[in-house]
Design a protein around this ligand. Structure first.
Ligand SMILES: *Cc1c(COP(=O)(O)O)cnc(C)c1O
Length: 430
């Protein structure tokens, strides 16, 4: 038996037909040059991370867990030094006690703002979960309740920055500018690090004292530079996305100037306590190993997104971004056009997951959403979107947002399985 027929036989065992494999072969060939580019970026970032591990002298003693107050936790302090090194910042806060990306963003904001200050978002509305943190939607404990106001300048219709609008919006109360790197689940494009650099330079030129904070979620290691290389005072993200490398079981990070990080730490624990407290409870080794793997895992996820874009654009679906476009995050969207197709897509992603492959995703009424949402995820870490996952609201154009993939081969199987489910439902022809 030659290798190709052995491969087909193996795919057949998980229910993927020769037709789907052939569509995949064609798509993967078309992606070759793009994949090579992604691998080069991963190589650069891998050496960047390895260099930080060497220079920070990471040692086995760092793996020891601490309990209670967690004073003098060598590994926790070392991990934070490592993050600061990788992101080129003065300091970092990297904690299991930052329970999610939203929590890290909330701590970064509330730690660095005082009553009377104003936040400016110059890139349109921030990520949904920040609505209640900031108080765009009223919520108990929001920044609005503490007298922090919010202003927003939308991107221009062509997606560029509204520099005139931003200049007008900056005022004597503006204390912090919040720049979201990834489009998340909104319609705008994801910002490149270069674009973020231009925006920060413009703002600092008018107001050098304003804090430029970047929501870095989904963007880490996709390029060879990070927002802190182009002037950001503080970047914030989730460890169950890119920088956790799929191994972090929980956590968030804030990296930036000593002052920004200290302000955040005083808010996370207590004024006067700051970074000195916070037991690592034994997760340090996973956070270290996850950071070490992060460049490769991010590259796998990005290749999976490019591959999905290629196969679905070849099938005639509208995808964002298109396969050939340069990427700045790991999110892919595919407009599936009918509820049946969106359900079949999610069924395929779920069926190729290593965990809960036997589960059928059903649309449900998620709190805070107007339409039922369907989700596919079979992850080792609950809710980890660096692992292959997809979700979409049940409304036209029935868009699936797709991200993650711990290995390219497993994510490719997920994409092929989604194509197979569309073939099985006679939505597309094999
Ligand atoms: C994921 C994400 C967040 C935070 O989400 P959590 O689910 O709370 O971790 C914030 N901003 C963006 C752009 C994100 O992608």
């Amino acid at each position: 038996m030659n290798f190709m027929s052995a491969m087909e036989e193996m795919y057949r065992k998980i229910g993927i037909s020769a037709e789907a494999i052939r569509l995949g072969e064609k798509a993967e060939k078309a992606c070759a040059a793009h994949f090579a580019e992604i691998d080069r970026i991963a190589e650069y970032n891998q050496i960047k991370v390895l260099n930080a591990f060497r220079e920070c002298r990471v040692g086995e003693a760092w793996f020891a867990p601490s309990t209670g107050y967690g004073y003098n936790d060598l590994g926790r302090d070392g991990l934070e030094e490592l993050y600061a090194h990788v992101f080129g910042t003065e300091d970092a806060l990297v904690r299991a006690q930052l329970v999610s990306g939203t929590h890290a963003l909330s701590i970064a904001l509330s730690g660095n703002l005082r009553p009377g200050d104003e936040i400016l978002s110059p890139v349109g509305k921030p990520y949904d979960t920040l609505d209640e943190v900031i108080g765009i939607r009223p919520q108990r404990g929001s920044l609005a309740e503490y007298g922090v106001t919010y202003r927003q300048v939308d991107l221009l219709p062509d997606g560029s920055f509204d520099f005139d609008g931003i200049r007008e919006a900056l005022n004597s109360r503006t204390r912090l500018v919040e720049i979201q790197r990834s489009k998340g689940y909104s319609a705008r494009h994801t910002l490149s690090v270069a674009e973020i650099g231009k925006l920060i330079a413009f703002i600092k030129d008018i107001r050098p004292d304003v804090i430029c904070m970047v929501d870095n979620c989904y963007g880490e290691f996709v390029e060879i530079t990070e927002p802190t290389d182009v002037g950001a005072d503080m970047i914030v993200g989730s460890l169950i996305k890119n920088p956790g490398g799929g191994l972090a079981p929980i956590g968030g990070y804030i990296a930036g100037t000593e002052e920004c990080v200290a302000n955040a730490a005083y808010r996370l624990t207590a004024p006067g306590l700051g970074k000195e407290l916070g037991a690592s409870l034994g997760v340090t080794r996973q956070l270290l190993q996850g950071l070490f793997l992060a460049p490769a895992v991010t590259a796998s996820a990005e290749k999976a997104a490019v591959f999905a874009a290629q196969i679905y654009q070849d099938l005639g679906f509208h995808v964002v971004p298109r396969a050939e476009e340069t990427r700045h995050d790991i999110i892919q969207s595919v407009d599936l056009m009918t509820p049946e197709a969106l359900s079949a897509f999610c069924l395929g992603i779920q069926a190729a997951a290593p965990v809960d492959s036997f589960v059928t995703p059903e649309p449900w009424d998620m709190p805070g959403y107007d339409d039922p949402v369907i989700m596919a995820a079979g992850a080792f870490v609950s809710g980890a979107s660096i692992e292959l996952s997809a979700d979409g609201p049940m409304r036209p154009p029935y868009t699936a947002f797709f991200q993650g993939g711990l290995t390219f081969s497993s994510a490719k199987a997920g994409v092929l399985m989604s194509v197979q489910k569309l073939i099985d439902a006679s939505i597309i022809k094999g």
